[in-house]
Design a protein around this ligand. Sequence first.
Ligand SMILES: Nc1nc2c(ncn2[C@@H]2O[C@H](COP(=O)(O)OP(=O)(O)OP(=O)(O)O)[C@@H](O)[C@H]2O)c(=O)[nH]1
Ligand SMILES: [Mg+2]
Length: 387
Amino acid sequence: MRFWRRKKQEEQPEVVVAEDEEYVSDEEIEAELEALAAEEEEELDAGAEALLIETEAEPEEAEFGEYGDEYDDYELTPEDRQIVHEQTNRATEPTRRGLFGRIGGLFQRADFDEELYEELEEILLGSDVGLETTEAILAGVRKRVKDEGVKQGVQVREILREELIAILQAPHREPPAWARVPVPELLILLVVGVNGAGKTTTIAKMAHAFKRDGARVILGAADTFRAAAIDQLRVWGERVGVRVVAHKPASDPGAVVFDAVSAGEDGRADIVIIDTAGRLHTKSNLMEELKKIDRIVQRNHPDAPHETLLVLDATTGQNGLMQARTFTEAVGVTGIVLAKLDGTAKGGIAFAIAHELDLPVRFIGTGERMDDLAPFDAREFVDSLLA
Ligand SMILES: Nc1nc2c(ncn2[C@@H]2O[C@H](COP(=O)(O)OP(=O)(O)OP(=O)(O)O)[C@@H](O)[C@H]2O)c(=O)[nH]1
Ligand SMILES: [Mg+2]
């Protein structure tokens, strides 16, 4: 299945595990950042007028809709669709078997009455959809039921289905960075999340998928908190067959990021994925550390990270929303990976994420193996839950 849109014919490089490659100290990076900031200020002064003229121009209207014409290269083939369908079905099985599965039964009665609305509300709340989102869904359904003058169970079911899909699709305003046109010369992805959420495993799965699509991938082991974390990424790197840039345990994550990005520059890689810590060994604040990583990435790549993916453990339910808020405030999360969806009956959290955080879910984790990652598809997701 294609995740990455650009096809490359080049041979994959051999697996090299880099240690202390071009090590740059914290101080050196800070000094360079300062110099860069000064330089930027000068440039801004000089270019202020030109900048003003540029911004006066009308922004060009985007010509494509959601995954529109420009992206047909990225469109899933019928075989891909089948894979997404099967993976989504498998991952949502616990949710379907749990409370959510009772939704189907609500529509078996001929008419959909007030009592059934109450039951529906109970089911949504119990499946981790959350109060705010549940109310939004019910209000949407009630309004359409009234406007369209329907009351038969089957008709209400279809309205509910459409409302659920709309909620999930709303934050998907543009395709993921790896499917955009043009794809950045060096695509830099930052992966964040609390410890144990599934970051490292997700990175391995993504690397596997991108590599299979012909991309040359480098992983940066910026989670220097534990030796085991670095080893885990290296083992995955070897298994998947991609380069891993790592430093010694407890070393500066910023230096790892710097080296991983540098290793990918000048056409030597297509994608760099940075693994980060879920907690820190020092007293310094995790969010500050992530902000610093962001700045280091932006040093030579002002548009990067092209995506900051927050990995959420789906089994933690509503708790994940709070985590997401904290990370979003600190580092501007652009998308969610919902990991371990296969292990929870509370898949309703996907709706809360979309509605309350306005963040697109990019992938769902469907198991512990390399292939257990599916692109998130709102329609597939809803249909598999209501099946
Ligand atoms: N069932 C299932 N297990 C998963 C999934 N993703 C990750 N895991 C498991 O969750 C555990 C933690 O995953 P990691 O990738 O190490 O999590 P992490 O966020 O990198 O954790 P730290 O590095 O400690 O912060 C591992 O045992 C994974 O195999 C998934 O989609 N489904
Ligand atoms: Mg990890």
